[in-house]
Design a protein. Structure first.
Length: 359
């Protein structure tokens, strides 16, 4: 089977198992960027003229890398350490020989779900993997001590190039841990398994693994905003001899300012901010003559003006809907969206916010 046909079958198989379902979640941290350390284990085989099923051996990997944003990441990946080759003898017999190897690659990771238009955080992601590196093989004594003399057999260490393409399905189990399934195809030099095929050897690996993710940036916790109490009216002076009209009582009009913060790409009110919305609803119910201006914002440090205007509008609309769902008349609510044209806070991440001013 040709190499490109094998990869096409693997890609189609992975694509049919993936459901790109997004999830809006009230995260208390930014899901990107982050660092990760991964461990994997599985099996591998090398495509030669010998039966590939008889060349399957265990394999293991360790990796260290980072996702810089929802779409692009990179890693250093070390994979090995057992392999096997096979010879079909002229008399119809078969001979298999074992050797060891380690492959070290620098890989680029592209999130296909994010790349092709998914918005918002999702625990399920599909990564396209491409990389290059070096492979070192050793301990080829099974072959060199046998009666079979292959012209390209190596008896010491062998250093080879490696080119990789593959895919990984990754699912977040919690904030710091995810599970993954990775399938990759590696191209090595023709001497890798001591045999000559007139083309590079192809090595297929399939592994299950766990990754520990760290380095997230937590959201700042804003102090709750409590409206100033209304001052008590001053007592009216008592006049005994002369009737004097009491001085008018001046009552300060009630006001309240509420700030609701969001994670990146988030428009749904986070669970940790729901208490602020309930305080605002109670204030408006207790003060039926007040009106409220709801303004949505987006941070200028991420996205672009078009996307950020969409996020700010969604944040403002979400708060306004929560008020009307609680029975606040729509005529008392004014909704506005500033996108990233106005930044109410000096810290970039705080500008993913909806500010409601009731007075």
């Amino acid at each position: 089977m040709r190499l490109k046909n094998i990869f096409a079958i693997l890609a189609l198989s992975l694509a049919t198992t993936v459901s790109a379902q997004t999830s809006e979640s009230g995260l208390s941290y930014d899901p990107y960027p982050y660092l990760f350390i991964g461990l994997q284990g599985g099996g591998q085989t090398t495509f030669t003229s010998f039966d590939q099923l008889k060349l399957i051996t265990p394999t293991a990997s360790v990796s260290f890398g980072s996702f810089f944003n929802p779409t692009v990441g990179a890693r250093l990946h070390v994979n090995g350490a057992w392999n096997k080759g096979g010879i079909n003898a002229d008399d119809g017999s078969e001979f298999t020989y074992k050797y060891n190897y380690v492959t070290t690659d620098v890989d680029l990771l592209l999130n296909l779900f994010s790349l092709f238009g998914r918005e918002g955080y999702s625990p399920l992601n599909l990564y396209l993997i491409g990389g290059i590196g070096l492979d070192v093989a050793w301990n080829n004594t099974d072959l060199t001590n046998s009666a079979y003399q292959l012209p390209r057999a190596w008896d010491k260490n062998l250093l080879s190039h490696n080119a990789r393409i593959g895919a990984m399905l990754d699912y977040d189990l919690c904030k710091h841990w995810s599970a993954n399934l990775e399938v990759s195809l590696n191209g090595l030099s023709d001497r890798y398994n001591s045999k000559t095929n007139s083309r590079d050897d192809a090595q297929l690996t399939a592994q299950l693994g766990l990754a520990y993710k760290f380095g997230f940036k937590n959201h700042p916790v804003a102090a709750p905003i409590i409206a100033d109490p209304e001052p008590e009216p001053e007592p009216v002076p008592v006049v005994v001899k002369e009737e004097v009209k009491p001085a008018p009582v001046v009552v300060k009009k009630a006001e309240m300012r509420t700030e609701i913060f969001y994670a990146i790409r988030e428009t749904t009110i986070p669970a940790g901010e729901q208490a602020k919305v309930k305080q605002l609803i109670a204030f408006l119910q207790e003060n039926p003559d007040t009106k409220v201006l709801v303004t949505g914002y987006a941070d200028a440090g991420t996205g672009n003006p078009r996307i950020n205007m969409k996020y700010s509008q969604g944040r403002a609309d979400g708060v306004a809907k929560a008020l009307t769902d609680a029975g606040i008349e729509a005529s008392r609510i004014t909704v506005d969206a500033k996108g990233d044209t106005v930044q109410p806070f000096s810290e970039n991440d705080l500008n993913r916010v909806t500010i409601a001013i009731a007075q």
